[in-house]
Design a protein around this ligand. Sequence first.
Ligand SMILES: Nc1ncnc2c1ncn2[C@@H]1O[C@H](COP(=O)(O)OP(=O)(O)OP(=O)(O)O)[C@@H](O)[C@H]1O
Ligand SMILES: Cc1cn([C@H]2C[C@H](O)[C@@H](COP(=O)(O)O)O2)c(=O)[nH]c1=O
Length: 200
Amino acid sequence: MTGGLFIAVEGPNGVGKTTAVARFADRLRSTGRAVHMTTEPSDTPLGRLIRTSEGALTGRALALAVAADRYAHLEAEILPALAAGKVVISDRYVQSSLVLQRLDGLPLREIWHYNAHVPPASLSFYLHHTPEVLWQRLEQRAKRSRLERAGSPRRELDLYEDAFSFLAARGWRQARIDCRVLTPDGVVAQLLQHLKQFET
Ligand SMILES: Nc1ncnc2c1ncn2[C@@H]1O[C@H](COP(=O)(O)OP(=O)(O)OP(=O)(O)O)[C@@H](O)[C@H]1O
Ligand SMILES: Cc1cn([C@H]2C[C@H](O)[C@@H](COP(=O)(O)O)O2)c(=O)[nH]c1=O
């Protein structure tokens, strides 16, 4: 990948990924950087179909659908934005598959096999919090997805640790952000600090 910078923001359901990505993008834009904010599943017909079908689409079928969406997302959106020199920030990337598809019963190596051709993010952030707080946040939701109901915050946190080790062994640049005592702006401050270190 040339030109820009590709940042993935990851972590268990309810940890604050969407909140952090929006604020992080705003902060970077305020410093004059061109930012492309995105999400997986992507905001395309396929991505939207996956979101609305997640109750019915399970296991290997869901794993392959999210991988297909990821390759299409890279080709149509992420790689062109990077080629234009932008900072791309994605709310979820391949790590989500290494966690969520395991909740759906797939082995890590099979999931990786489907994703083996995706380029590494320049930098991946793993947000984490206590299982208790994550449970509280999920309980406040009017509706929970099938995978949120299938797993638990503790299990997701453990599977994210597995994903971290698995990708670290493959040379991915990654950092953990402990959100336990951080406000949303505090999370962004940590992201900016890591980014500064990465770029110097
Ligand atoms: N640092 C923070 N401190 C306190 N509350 C937070 C913080 N970050 C996010 N929240 C709150 O936690 C809830 C979940 O946040 P958010 O939707 O950003 O999480 P998420 O990781 O994107 O969730 P999901 O993956 O399930 O969509 C929201 O109510 C949000 O306002
Ligand atoms: C990237 C990715 C997503 N999914 C599924 C799981 C959820 O149904 C949605 C994500 O929704 P959220 O609002 O971001 O929590 O997509 C998946 O199964 N595997 C993936 O890799």
